[in-house]
Ligand binder design. Structure first.
Ligand code: SAM
Length: 163
């Protein structure tokens, strides 16, 4: 009986850790140096709107919100939405529970992504169709293959693009 309970709990935890991979990427937090570099490369300004697609625990939003008008996260995992909303309460941060493919991103000035290569490939067309001219996209680890970065750090794997 005990073995069954332990296996079930282990299965639920493992499932929770990895199921979002099927929507775009599993959860891995970006480190502080990467976040700082991404925000620096983006040239984020006080009057601008910043998005983190797949905002995880809200850490990227907490760094970005100090430098912009509003930081918006879109996150599919309800537990991470709940946790990040608690962490970011009272700040100029909005966290939307949902799938980023379903949201129109035309009000974005800067978008941060840390996802997977196949997700970047799929998002690239959405970005080209939807974003206003001048929007910057900063991707950590994976590139946007049909755009040329205007800034990049190959060591940190941070790539900045402009529409
Ligand atoms: C690699 S983590 C990055 C978390 C955070 N952006 C960071 O850099 O620390 C990817 C996040 O995207 C979320 N995610 C994956 N596919 C998604 C989708 N289609 N819509 C919204 N969120 C998604 C996952 O739940 C996970 O929290």
């Amino acid at each position: 009986m005990i073995t069954l309970i332990i296996s079930t709990v282990a299965f639920i935890i493992l499932f929770w850790m990895f199921y979002t991979k099927f929507f775009g990427a599993e959860y891995y937090p970006a480190g502080k140096r990467v976040i700082d570099k991404a925000i620096e490369f983006s040239g984020l300004k006080k009057n601008e709107i910043f998005y983190d697609l797949g905002s995880g625990d809200g850490k990227v939003l907490l760094s970005a919100c100090r430098k912009c008008k509003k930081a918006v996260g879109i996150e599919i995992d309800p537990l991470r939405v709940l946790w990040s909303r608690l962490k970011t309460k009272g700040k100029n941060i909005e966290i939307i529970k949902g799938n980023f493919y379903s949201y129109n991103l035309r009000d974005a000035d800067v978008i941060f992504i840390y996802l997977r290569q196949w997700t970047n490939d799929r998002l690239e067309q959405k970005f080209l169709n939807e974003l206003k001219k001048g929007t910057r996209i900063v991707s950590y680890y994976w590139k946007l293959n049909n755009l040329n970065p205007y800034k990049f750090d190959e060591k940190l794997k941070v790539y900045a693009y402009r529409i």
